[in-house]
Design a protein around this ligand. Structure first.
Ligand code: T3D
Length: 265
């Protein structure tokens, strides 16, 4: 995997790949290049067996401030951009890549996550945040609707009523409040954030990767289906999980009263 990106820092530590969006002077707002680079690295990571967990984070004091509004205005005035919905397809590609990634993707959020950056964090499988995190569905502030999958993720995470409130009022949600309402999994003090993120990523990167891929499929599909469909799928996926080396070794390890070592196979 190449690592010489202009707006991303990409670092692999064991099986954990950390992607850092790196435009801190604009709080990691997305321009077209950063979006294209992020898409490339996420799609490459999906295929790379050496990557067993992905962490998405931001450089400096923020996770991300959404679409770069300078680029948006420049694009509009030069007539270079087509319709917004065409532009959004580029964001959708990265959202799909995260959801379809056959391994866990963690959003590690410190500081602000606004607009489409917030919704890309919501597309990830797990969210760990610092207590200085601020989530803002900023769209209504500039007369827009939540995009990048926000209209899909929000009601599923926090319920319809809260989703409407966050989208219409576009007020900030702090890290502790985000944990309380289920928008994120864990909120930790800022001074513990890096270490807690590393520990979570290492734990997942050393886990049963193929089972995690099947779990993603089961949970995301079940959220959209009835009990019968879910249990049918559960059977198909469990057949696959039974065949994995990690499952077979973990059962032997249990019987031998030792800790299993997962290889991701
Ligand atoms: O075509 C399409 O794809 C449409 C899709 C749209 C999707 C979206 O994401 S729409 C939402 C876009 N984002 C926003 O509306 C958020 C704009 N930013 C803010 O409201 C605030 O900056 C924050 C609440 C995020 C953070 O506030 P604060 O006080 O912590 O920081 P700041 O001072 O406002 O920002 C620091 C710098 O970053 C500042 O630059 P300066 O003055 O130091 O030179 C600011 O202009 C810049 N910045 C922040 N957000 C953006 C940005 N520059 C460009 N684009 C931004 N989104």
């Amino acid at each position: 995997m190449r690592t010489d990106f202009q707006h991303l820092l990409v670092k692999q530590d064991g099986g954990a790949l950390t992607i850092t969006m790196n435009r801190p002077e604009v709080l990691n707002a997305f321009n077209d290049l950063m979006l294209a680079e992020l898409t490339e690295v996420v799609e490459t990571a999906a295929q790379d067996e050496a990557v067993r967990c992905v962490v998405l984070t931001g450089a400096g004091r923020a996770f991300g401030s959404g679409q770069d509004l300078h680029s948006l205005v420049e694009g509009r005035s030069s007539g270079a951009v087509g319709s917004v919905s065409e532009h959004l397809q580029k964001y959708h590609r990265v959202v799909y890549a995260i959801r379809e990634m056959p391994k866990p993707v963690i959003a590690a959020v410190r500081g602000v996550a606004a607009g489409i950056s917030c919704n890309i964090a919501l597309a990830c499988d797990l969210r760990i945040v610092s207590d200085d995190a601020r989530f803002i569905e900023a769209f209504a502030r500039i007369g827009l609707v939540p995009d990048g999958g926000g209209g899909y993720f929000l009601p599923r995470l926090v319920g319809v009523g809260k989703a409407l409130e966050l989208s219409m009022l576009a007020d900030e949600v702090s890290g502790p409040e985000a944990e309380r309402i289920g928008l994120v999994n864990t909120c930790v003090p800022l001074e513990e954030f890096e270490e807690a993120t590393r520990a979570l990523a290492n734990r997942l990167a050393n886990g049963p990767t193929r089972a995690y891929a099947l779990i993603k499929k089961l949970i995301y599909t079940s959220a959209e289906s009835d009990l019968q469909t879910s249990m049918r799928l559960e059977g198909e996926l469990q057949d696959m999980a039974f065949e994995t080396e990690d499952h077979q070794n973990a059962v032997v390890a249990f019987l031998q009263k030792r800790k299993p070592e997962y290889k991701g196979r």
